[in-house]
Ligand binder design. Structure first.
Ligand SMILES: Cc1ncc(COP(=O)(O)O)c(C=O)c1O
Length: 424
């Protein structure tokens, strides 16, 4: 049985067994005890409206009854087998039905792994090494993904800045870093390096920054021109922006998409989804030993995760759910804006109604540097007051979910009012 301790006591214990006292994800002094619907409770018993939703997966809210029932049915039948299982095939079929670029998928356990293998598959397919990545783009924790993810030192493009120690210099040399939403830069970069480039990897909406009109299509066209694999990182946007993800919403189909979060229904499951001729590189019999990409993982296609994902997706497919999610996001955006406008505080609501953040700046940010040069101290102060007033969220994102209630919107309105007054 878990002892009842305060958060401060848990943090003391955590510090001796976890570096920095935490999992590396979130403020390590906070310990969430449980979540139900749109709410979570910390170990001190404080209740919050959850606008973090596990950093994205819990789009239906915590403990959705149908997902719980499906998982409970599977648990006594077995939790993991390593071998193929039927639920994993059904989930793959549903992903291939939903996601335009997906002829086939390969399972992994986390979004970052999916990105790592997507990059490797692009290299195997093209026989080239260089990767174009956008400054500020988040693609997990692989060596390539750690290049210019959140640099505090701005260098000239296309130079990469590693955000992590322990990465060999050789990785940096293969990365070409570009500013998001700059078509001219991409054209000139690829005119020089296009024939050595294996992949362009991009979050179709980078963190919170929407693509400028035509930017994703430009990436599609340039990738086609040079025979480059276009990878959309849809770990966040998949099954959130639309049932078919950002590629459905924006009408641009990549060659590969990476998926995670929602497709595992709150359990560790992610996937690389792509064109059959690229996915063939996961099949030794199809491409031969030299072009084969070895990939396996203990929990790949885990049946508990698969049934949670299948049930989550079944609920999402029901009429009106995406309209509801967008309406909820819009309400939160409107409440935040109204509170800030009351005090004439310059701000931008940046993102999509299904995922956004408030940025304290005069103009809509187009890239990482625009966000970096916003008033981040004001953002941090605003967030702190939101947390103190019952909104549980990350410092950089607001995630609405389908379980939000009228009480939650009332609480959010009051919290936004207090936070705006505090920074006025
Ligand atoms: C766009 C994007 N890609 C990849 C990842 C990595 O996913 P995971 O944390 O499951 O490894 C994340 C995580 O938040 C993400 O936001």
């Amino acid at each position: 049985m878990q002892q009842i301790l305060s958060q401060a006591e848990w943090y003391e214990r955590a510090k001796s067994v976890l570096p920095g006292g935490g999992f590396g994800n979130f403020d390590p002094t906070m310990f969430i005890r449980e979540g139900h619907g749109s709410r979570v409770w910390d170990e001190d018993g404080t209740e919050y409206v959850d606008l973090l939703i596990g950093s994205g997966p819990m789009l239906l809210g915590h403990g959705h009854p149908e997902v719980l029932e499906a998982v409970a049915e599977q648990l006594p039948r077995g939790m993991t087998f390593f071998a193929n299982n039927a639920l994993g095939v059904e989930l793959a079929e549903e992903i291939c039905r939903a996601v335009p670029c997906a002829d086939q998928i390969r399972y992994v356990s986390s979004g970052g792994e999916a990105d790592m293998y997507a990059i490797r598959a692009a290299r195997a397919f093209t026989g080239r090494d260089k990767i174009v990545k956008f400054e500020g783009g988040y693609h997990g924790m692989s060596a390539e993904a750690q290049m210019s993810l959140a640099p505090s030192r701005m260098v000239n493009f296309p130079q990469a800045v590693p955000d992590s120690a322990g990465i060999p210099e050789g990785v940096r040399a293969e990365m070409l870093i570009a500013p998001f939403n700059d078509p001219d830069y991409i054209r000139s970069l690829l005119a020089e390096h296009g024939d050595q480039t294996a992949a362009i990897i991009v979050e179709p909406l980078q963190r919170i920054i929407p693509p400028a009109p035509g930017f994703l299509q430009l990436l599609r066209d340039e990738a086609d021109k040079y025979g480059i694999v276009l990878i959309f990182d849809e770990v966040v946007t998949g099954f959130r922006f639309a049932y078919g993800g950002a590629q459905e919403l924006y009408g641009v189909t990549p060659d590969i998409a990476t998926l995670g979060k929602i497709i595992g229904g709150g359990f560790p499951l992610a996937a690389i989804a792509g064109r059959a001729d690229i996915m063939a590189h996961f099949d030794k019999a199809a491409v031969g030993a030299d072009k084969w990409l070895m990939q396996l993982g203990t929990l790949s296609g885990n049946p508990v995760a698969a049934i949670a994902g299948l049930k989550t997706m079944e609920v999402l497919r029901r009429d009106g759910n995406y309209d509801t999610l967008r309406a909820y996001g819009q309400r939160l955006m409107d409440l935040a804006s109204a509170a800030l406008n009351k005090h004439d505080i310059a701000h931008q609501i940046v993102g999509d109604r299904t995922l956004f953040e408030i940025v304290f700046t005069d103009n809509q940010p187009q890239n990482y540097r625009d966000v970096f040069s916003s008033d981040m101290a004001k953002g941090a102060a605003f967030n702190k007051v939101l947390m103190q007033n019952g909104l549980f969220k990350s410092p950089g994102k607001t995630y609405p979910c389908l379980a939000l209630t009228e009480d939650d919107f009332a609480l959010a309105e009051a919290a936004y009012a207090k936070a705006a007054a505090a920074i006025a």
